[in-house]
Design a protein around this ligand. Structure first.
Ligand code: DGL
Length: 265
């Protein structure tokens, strides 16, 4: 029997990863869990993020998924190593794919990383980049206001442009030629960020790289879905379904009907 790919995020942002996985692997069944009752993770402590991430993993394992994608930069930065220690199932986080792509893309060996406070403070991207090439200079910047702006639907507002300019000026001045969008929400700000950074700067959308990685792992492990067509897509959240559906439309550009609220996480 074919099993679904499990994906979790602190809330809604992981849908940017789901979107890319569906694009690349349209026949796969997907089971998504968004911890909307406890979002945001980006401002919480390491212990709390690990606890929540382990609980989310257990929830998906109970649903009998074949692999788990930790589609949250904050969880991937702080909890993925701990989850790996506890579970044997194939696990993919968002840090390594994005870091790899950035190292491949940079020509001047100056990479910028933006993300939540917890992601930036963890130093996870920097560590992964340095592991791949220790001569690369990494500049990091937490952009905590981006998540609420995106969720508010203000991605294209002037106010967002002003805030983004403030966050990104020093990065631009430092001359990075590659910038990792190290948070699930940031792909929705891509256009604005590109304008501020200039055309010459390559933006790394880790969601796309994660999808590539998912395909590779499923292929290697012989876990690709055998049946073609009519895949199932199920979405679970830990809080109000209607709010998730409203914001999800912005992320996926489509209505999500199969959303259920769970209280056992
Ligand atoms: N999903 C989170 C991330 O990618 C952003 C939202 C949060 O702070 O929980 O880091």
């Amino acid at each position: 029997m074919d099993k679904p790919i499990g994906v979790f995020d602190s809330g809604i942002g992981g849908l940017t990863v789901v979107k890319e996985v569906i694009k690349l692997l349209p026949d796969e069944d997907i089971m998504y869990f968004g911890d909307t009752a406890r979002v945001p993770y980006g401002i919480k402590s390491r212990e709390t993020i690990i606890k929540f991430s382990l609980e989310n993993t257990l929830f998906l394992l109970q649903k009998d998924v074949k692999m788990i994608v930790v589609a949250c930069n904050t969880s991937s930065s702080l909890a993925l190593p701990v989850i790996r220690k506890h579970f044997k199932i194939p696990l993919i986080g968002v840090i390594m794919p994005g870091a790899k792509e950035a190292v491949y893309a940079t020509k001047n060996k100056k990479i910028g990383v933006i993300g939540t406070r917890a992601t930036i403070n963890s130093g996870a991207y920097e560590e992964e980049i340095k592991r791949l090439d220790s001569s690369i200079k990494v500049l990091s910047q937490a952009c905590p206001m981006f998540v609420p702006l995106v969720e508010e639907g203000w991605s294209n507002d002037d106010i967002t442009m002003k805030i983004a300019e403030k966050y990104l000026t020093s990065m631009k001045k430092a001359g990075v030629d590659t910038l990792i969008l190290g948070c699930t929400h940031y792909p929705l700000l891509k256009q604005k960020i590109q304008v501020i950074m200039g055309k010459g700067v390559k933006l790394i959308d880790s969601a796309q790289q994660v999808a590539v990685e998912v395909k590779q792992v499923l292929t290697q492990e012989g876990l690709l879905r055998r049946e073609k067509g009519r895949p199932t897509r199920e979405y679970f959240v830990s809080d109000e379904v209607a709010i998730f559906q409203k914001i999800a439309k912005r992320f996926l550009g489509a209505d999500l009907k199969e959303v259920r609220k769970v209280s056992n996480v």
